[in-house]
Design a protein around this ligand. Sequence first.
Ligand code: SAH
Ligand code: MG
Length: 197
Amino acid sequence: MNKEELNKIKEKALEEHIPIIMDDTLEVVDKILKEVKPSRILEIGTAVGYSAICFSEYLQKNGVIDTIEREEQRVKEAKINVEKVGVSDKINIYEGDAVEILPTLNEKYDVVFIDAAKGKYPFFLKEALRMLNPTGVILADNILYKGYVMSDYNKHKQRTAVRNLREYIKEVTENPDIETEILEVGDGLAISKYKEK
Ligand code: SAH
Ligand code: MG
């Protein structure tokens, strides 16, 4: 992979205020990917492809990432970026709303990275659980959303997002089949997996 191109993509995304994965979050995800050794990753929220490109380094031979993005312009840029870095054979970019695309997918995934509309996290969780391999991991970025999620401040204009992120946390913690860890890295990262039987 062309690291120099990857760095340029990162710098450009940051300049344009595209909310790409934060460095400390990426560090945690890297460790998880090294352990899981995924063959298939599902990403919800491609933006310009930065995280997908980073994750592609940890794929097993012939592994793939399916990633979904609804903004046409970002999809275009993501396609150019994966070419530039030299990982286009490992990354399938789906253009459209994940709410519509996810129900059409029937693959099994080792890792699902949720990083799109916060108001849809409970739906994304349901779809992720449907497609997760028994040894797989679901990662939800921005789960603490600038601290709003764990504070009692409810009048914020982003309250629909906050309500749905809280709902996500409630569902993963109350589900008896899965165990979840929530880390304060970046904007918050929830890590969920099936309990060992
Ligand atoms: N994962 C990327 C950053 C994603 S930012 C990285 O770390 O590099 C979130 C992206 O999700 C935005 O580009 C936004 O357009 C997209 N998005 C938000 N809601 C979506 C939805 N319902 N379906 C598909 N894409 C969505
Ligand atoms: Mg994010």
